[in-house]
Design a protein. Structure first.
Lengths: 339, 463
């Protein structure tokens, strides 16, 4: 790249926007998928109702960020989209099917009587599998994709590695954690107490997964080691793991002290730090390890056209989403639903 | 081929739900506005009832829609690369302007009944309706561009946008949008009509059932014939831009030397191998009359196109006849119903009400037929004149596609039967208003309120 013209800035802006969309998705759908992962551990059917009511008004909007993630990749980086999707074909489809099950379970469970337990299973199973395959996708993406002539050139099971499976389990644990702290914030009584106890179990587990991934990636992928462990990068990047540890400790203290809201926002912070860590490892590659954001970018005219819309629409969207969260603020009491 | 079957399956499954929810959102918004405007608790009760059905259908639409946004890449990666610059932003705008709007305000619409002021609830319903319609706007723009591409240039085999207005408002888009949105309203109207007929016929919730029937019939009597005109205009537009599709729809192989005008083939068995129709029943000149609005003008027959640029004939030919046939049924049902309403006999005419309970799928079948006509008729192209379907496919091995196809059929089978089962259960439970309808009017004058409701339905069809 010579000169820093529009061809340089646009893909950078778009990769940041896409990163924001995916981060929004991971946090927002993270807690409602996590709530689904915790579903089988609920003590009673009323507690299940309470858990579901806590996310019912939001889940549709939360999953829309996933469409924006996929759509955004197509809009801004069609070449990357056309390589990543076939490469991760099976986990993408498995994740989508799992989301289908859990999505309809929200509504079906509400209408069902005798078959309700089936939709409980569909909801919990769908949520857990969707989280697992999102982790697998993350792993499959980080470990790299085989590309020849600007097209995917590997087999349908290339993604299936111990690293990807580990990421899958890690994401399940992470979503379960954010689901727990969501319930601490949004429910009361026995449900909240149980969620608080579980959060304290899950928090160390999630830290362990983050630690393993942080060590595994630089050992297995030299390009990532080079990014982190050379000067001066080392000094700029050192705060990321340090802040993670400090924040994890703070979340632990907040849970101990009985804070309701702080743990949730603390865990969001942990997620974002982990996310930044992954971003640092990968950027500027969009199809690691071969194609960068610039090589896969859409035509500038397409990126500009979409950027204009995004600049106007994103604040509006964030505004009315915030409004709905404010409208349904407060705790969902036991036996209370919005229906 | 498997990837095509899979996509056809998931997209056909998906389209059922939006075509219902676009109309239903508008209907619920209309009901709520009527509720605010007239204060009749009846409208509130019906709105609340259909909101529950809306929730189930919308959930199925959302989850099957998420699948599609990824299948462009998993199944059609080469398509994404070649036309992504043009199609991508249209889908992006759909997400930004429509999906977030409808998904977010849906939360208030479903769960806000006791939590927000009445005005805000009505506003949310209107926003959901606006969102679903905007969504139709963008996705149909993208689809129309694939049918009649405009405003782009091809550089190194990849489409680049030149003029966005020309891309969005490409030649077939206004016709397709009008045709599809009207189709959605008709589909919903027939579901509402069938539910209303079920209540009136069985004597459960007769008051609500009558309101549903009046509103639906008023809309159908106007929109069904209007749809015939829109469809005709759409057909002429297709003849101008995709003449091979029209030739396939009409199973028109060649203009006979010496004969003038194109006949209209009522029935035939298109024989693609020998390039002729078997068992043909045709009316001379009618084809010319419909498509060129003249007695003698002709249009190109299929034989004038090279074999590898012809669409398959049988699917567009038959699907088109199903669509038009059901459209005629819709017009007749609508007019007959309005006639009976006018003669004060609608709610007592059992021979009309009894079969009407089961008419709800008519719109869905018609819409699916219409999509088969236009999508199969576009073949062998995925983006007309730019990219062939055969070249658009992803480099994924056959067994992987076969596995996921089986999974899709399995999962969608469960979800679809579950959806139908639970929607039917909601209908069986019926509208249960928290408030009791205050007595209004006198039973001897049911027509006054009938006229009012019908007028209201006609005056606010788009809200």
């Amino acid at each position: 790249m010579t000169g820093l013209g529009m061809e340089w800035y646009l893909p950078v802006i778009w990769s940041l926007l896409l990163a924001v969309a995916i981060a929004m998705y991971v946090v927002l759908d993270g807690f409602d998928l996590g709530m689904g992962i915790l579903f089988p551990f609920a003590a009673s059917e009323t507690e299940k109702d309470q858990m579901m009511s806590s996310v019912a008004p939001f889940w549709d909007g939360n999953e829309t960020w996933l469409i924006l993630g996929g759509g955004g990749l197509l809009v801004a980086f069609p070449l990357a989209y056309s390589i990543v999707m076939p490469a991760l074909y099976l986990p993408v489809i498995f994740m989508l099917l799992a989301l289908v099950f859990r999505g309809v379970a929200f509504e079906f469970r509400h209408v069902a009587d005798t078959s309700r337990f089936l939709w409980n299973i569909a909801f919990a199973g769908g949520s857990t599998l969707a989280a697992f395959f999102q982790g697998v996708l993350l792993g499959g993406f980080v470990q790299g994709i085989k590309v020849e002539n600007n097209a995917f050139a590997g087999g349908p099971l290339d993604w299936l590695t111990p690293f990807a499976l580990l990421c899958g389990v890690g994401v399940v644990a992470g979503y379960a954690l954010i689901g727990c702290v969501w319930l601490v914030m949004k429910t009361d009584g026995a449900a909240a107490a149980r969620a608080r106890a579980r959060a304290k179990l899950l928090l160390p587990a999630v830290l362990v997964f983050m630690g393993i991934v942080s060590l595994w990636t630089p050992i297995a992928f030299p390009r990532i080691a080079e990014r982190w462990f050379t000067t001066p990068n080392l000094f700029y990047l050192a705060p990321v793991p340090l802040l993670t540890l400090v924040l994890a400790y703070a979340v632990w203290r907040w849970l101990e002290k009985g804070h309701d809201n702080l743990p949730f926002f603390g865990v969001i912070g942990l997620f974002l730090l982990g996310y930044v860590g992954i971003g640092v490892s990968i950027f500027p590659y969009l199809v690691p390890p071969s194609l960068t954001v610039w090589e896969t970018a859409a035509a500038p005219a397409s990126q500009v056209f979409m950027l204009i819309g995004t600049i106007f629409m994103l604040p509006v969207i964030l505004g009315y989403i915030a409004f709905v969260y404010w409208l349904f603020r407060g705790k969902v009491r036991e036996g209370e639903g919005y229906h | 081929m498997l990837a095509r079957i899979q996509f056809a399956f998931t997209v056909s499954f998906h389209i059922i739900f939006p075509s219902f929810t676009i109309g239903l959102a508008a209907y619920i918004a209309t009901l709520e506005l009527l509720w605010i405007g007239t204060g009749h608790e009846r409208y509130h009760r019906i709105a609340r009832f259909f909101t529950k059905i809306f929730a189930v259908s919308f959930a199925m639409g959302v989850v099957s829609g998420i699948v599609l946004s990824y299948q462009f890449g998993t199944n059609w990666s080469h398509f994404s690369r070649v036309v992504g610059n043009v199609i991508g932003p249209l889908i992006g705008y759909e997400v930004l302007t429509a999906f977030f709007l409808e998904a977010t305000f849906l939360g208030i619409m479903l769960f806000g009944w006791n939590r927000v002021p009445r005005g805000l609830h009505v506003f949310s319903c209107v926003m959901v309706a606006v969102g679903t319609t905007l969504s139709a706007f963008w996705i149909l723009s993208a689809n129309s561009w694939m049918q009649t591409p405009a405003g782009h240039e091809i550089i190194d085999g990849v489409a680049h946008p030149v003029d966005w207005l020309a891309v969005i408002f490409n030649p077939s888009f206004p016709y397709r949008l009008a045709h599809m949105v009207t189709a959605c309203y008709l589909t919903t109207a027939f579901v509402v009509l069938a539910v209303g007929a079920r209540y009136v016929y069985s004597g459960r919730y007769p008051e609500d059932g009558r309101t549903m029937m009046r509103m639906a019939l008023g809309l159908i009597a106007i929109l069904a014939p209007l749809q015939a005109f829109i469809g005709d205009a759409h057909g002429l537009n297709t003849l101008a831009h995709q003449p091979a599709k029209i030739a396939a729809i009409e199973a028109h192989w060649q203009n006979e030397p010496g004969a003038s005008g194109v006949p209209l083939v009522l029935f035939a068995w298109p024989n693609e191998a020998e390039e002729r129709n078997d068992y043909q029943i045709a009316i001379p000149h009618l084809g010319s009359l419909i498509l060129t609005h003249s007695w003698d003008d002709t249009f190109k027959g299929l034989k004038e196109y090279p074999r590898d640029e012809r669409p398959p004939v049988a699917v567009p030919f038959f699907a088109f006849r199903v669509m038009v046939g059901l459209g005629i049924v819709m017009i007749l049902v609508g007019w007959l119903g309005v006639f009976l309403l006018w003669r004060h006999r609608l709610f007592e005419t059992d021979w009309y009400l009894a079969p009407l309970q089961h008419i709800w799928p008519i719109g869905f079948v018609t819409i699916l037929s219409g999509w088969f006509v236009t999508e199969v008729g576009r073949q062998p192209w995925v983006a007309y004149g730019i990219l062939r379907t055969a070249d658009a496919i992803s480099p994924v091995e056959g067994w992987a596609v076969a596995t996921t196809l089986a999974l899709f059929v399995f999962v969608y089978g469960i979800v679809f039967s579950g959806g139908i089962y639970y929607i039917n259960r909601l209908i069986a439970r019926g509208p249960q208003g928290s408030a009791v309808e205050p007595p209004e009017g006198v039973p001897s004058r049911p027509l006054a309120s009938a006229h009012k409701a019908t007028r209201a339905a006609i005056n606010h069809p788009g809200e």
